[in-house]
Design a protein around this ligand. Sequence first.
Ligand code: SAM
Length: 268
Amino acid sequence: MIHTHDCPMPGANLDIQRMPGHWLLARLGKRVLRPGGLELTQKMLDGLNIRSQDRVVEVAPGMGATAALTLAKQPASYVAIDRDEAAVAQVRRILTGISQQAVLGQAHETGLKDGEASVFYGEAMLTMQPDPMKRRIIAEAFRCLESGGRYGIHELSLSPNDLSETIKQAVQKDLSASIHVGARPLTVGEWSALLTEQGFVVESVAEAPMHLLETGRFVRDEGLAGTLRFLWNVLRNRHALARVLDMRAVFRRHMAHMGAIAIVVRKP
Ligand SMILES: C[S@@+](CC[C@H](N)C(=O)[O-])C[C@H]1O[C@@H](n2cnc3c(N)ncnc32)[C@H](O)[C@@H]1O
């Protein structure tokens, strides 16, 4: 098993050629696993406007990169829920105090009480769910939030809004084959509709290019040392290198129609 500071890495026991793309990148040292990078995360966080009185829930924190930004805002409480045990362990490493928790669980069944949260968010996790599960997770966010509470998402998007079904299916098929996870991105209009159908009111929408594996974004997200560490790791393993190059080729092939979106909505 691969460990960081004695903590198991997600996907550490999986075969490199088959493991989900986000765990492969994490295993190679990448910490920021969402399509719009830290810049779009920052826009989502600006929209969520987390303050000291907030009770924050993060679903699917992964390696905990956004968790660290949220905890720096010193909210009244913070709960992270991920379905991967190693991801939960990674987030636990940065928690302090009894008002901060990371638990194993499912985003559509958090076990939280109605109206318990004032802020709820999740990044790079709805895209990988089939549409009915996307709806269940958004409905769960709505249930857990108090009236006036804010919900933020940061996901893969497609454009334009009237993109043909043929191209949508081609993107979905190529992406899923490359990252080894079913990926079902939506257009900006479809993401907004999914949120408003569940009762939310849209507050802000921000977009960014899908540059997860492009050099400029990589360095901005991971820093120079993190980027060099990633390169060192990937160049030493030809199977990992082949997979990363394939993912980047697919992202580039569909660059014209693929982007990243962050939406912040409010429960009335
Ligand atoms: C692509 S990673 C994104 C991690 C992190 N949010 C980021 O943007 O860097 C997807 C994460 O979602 C988690 N996940 C996926 N579906 C989930 C679900 N239904 N409930 C809880 N966690 C989920 C995975 O375990 C993983 O940690």
